[in-house]
Design a protein around this ligand. Structure first.
Ligand SMILES: *[C@@H]1O[C@H](CO)[C@@H](O)[C@H](O)[C@H]1NC(C)=O
Ligand SMILES: *[C@@H]1O[C@H](CO)[C@@H](O)[C@H](O)[C@H]1NC(C)=O
Length: 309
């Protein structure tokens, strides 16, 4: 490490260059979305942990996914609100690297959890006789903690390498959080090894998880289509449609962002897609799961009825 080189003491997160009025509007808009995200995900966690009817593997994973979404959206949104509200866009190098680390640690964990949720649906629908034997409570807990651990480990090498980079200016990051490419562009050390390792990890995690998730849902859909009664088919489909919707939105945006040739400069489209997956998707998920799911809605009604008494 050459610490002698003059290194920047702070980064500036450029975010969106916008007029005062639009900034105020975005501040209010993102505050509302963020509050809704936190409260709806907390509601799901509460329902899933307190309602006996939801003590099933699928809801355990949905609850854990909600728990993850709360952390995930909190890595970027409060910081962005601070920028929009105060206009102070400075972030320390340590702050920036930590944001990068947590963003991708939790992002990778999302992939692993979604894959496990797909595997859970696959077992439940394609192998219903063995399902309860395999998906025991301890095994579910192991799978959940396994995804958190794998998420944490998979990003540690790219993050350590990122922290070794020297930044000697300019120090403006053309983004609203410390994403990989915008940060890398500012380094004055050679970054090819960082790029290769990050790309390999991203490809393995994203495409590997996508592959297994895709296979599971293909098997699920084939099995459902073979169910003779149309009522049974409908019932099986309705639990899976929400999962497939979440998976589709999620992998669609992530593959767009991280699996494609690197552009030299970030485009405004990147920022909009980033807003989508860091701000909007964490709110969309609880909506999709809870609005489409009968058992979840029933559990919510029974809680509300208790409150009315
Ligand atoms: C902006 O925030 C940083 C800490 O995040 C602080 O050190 C700096 O003084 C602030 N700048 C202004 C102009 O308030
Ligand atoms: C989700 O799983 C992780 C790892 O096993 C655990 O630490 C966390 O408490 C779980 N959260 C919920 C709400 O189930």
């Amino acid at each position: 490490m050459n610490n002698n080189q003059s290194s920047v003491t702070n980064f500036i997160l450029l975010g969106f260059s916008l007029s005062q009025e639009i900034r105020l509007f975005l501040f209010i808009f993102f505050t509302v979305i963020y509050s809704l995200t936190i409260s709806s995900n907390l509601l799901i966690i509460t329902l899933v942990t307190t309602q006996r009817s939801l003590h099933k593997p699928m809801y355990f994973f949905i609850g854990n996914f909600s728990f993850l979404e709360i952390w995930y959206t909190s890595v970027t949104v409060p910081r962005m609100l601070n920028d929009l509200g105060t206009g102070n866009k400075t972030i320390s190098p340590i702050g920036c690297i930590s944001q990068f680390y947590f963003l991708f640690f939790l992002g990778a964990t999302q992939h692993f959890l979604l894959t496990i949720m797909a595997y859970d649906r696959y077992l439940a629908i394609c192998h219903p006789l063995h399902y309860t034997n395999i998906m025991s409570a301890p095994f579910c807990r192991k799978l959940a903690s396994g995804s958190w651990l794998a998420g944490c480990l998979s990003i540690s090498l790219p993050a350590v390498m990122m922290s070794k980079l020297v930044f000697c200016g300019p120090n403006t990051i053309d983004h609203f959080f410390c994403d990989f490419s915008p940060l890398l562009r500012l380094s004055c050390t050679d970054t090819w090894l960082n790029e290769i390792i990050f790309s390999v990890v991203a490809w393995i995690v994203i495409l590997g998880c996508f592959f297994f998730t895709f296979l599971s849902y293909v098997a699920v859909v084939i099995t459902i289509l073979k169910i003779p009664s149309s009522l049974g088919r409908q019932k099986a489909f309705s639990t899976c449609v929400s999962h497939i919707a979440v998976v589709g939105i999620f992998f669609g945006t992530v593959i767009f962002m991280y699996i494609r040739p690197k552009a030299k400069n970030s485009s405004p489209v990147d920022k909009v897609v980033s807003v989508f997956y860091s701000v909007v998707v964490p709110l969309l998920n609880p909506m999709i799961y809870s609005l489409r799911n009968k058992e979840m809605k029933d559990a919510l009604w029974s809680v509300l009825k208790k409150f009315r008494k």
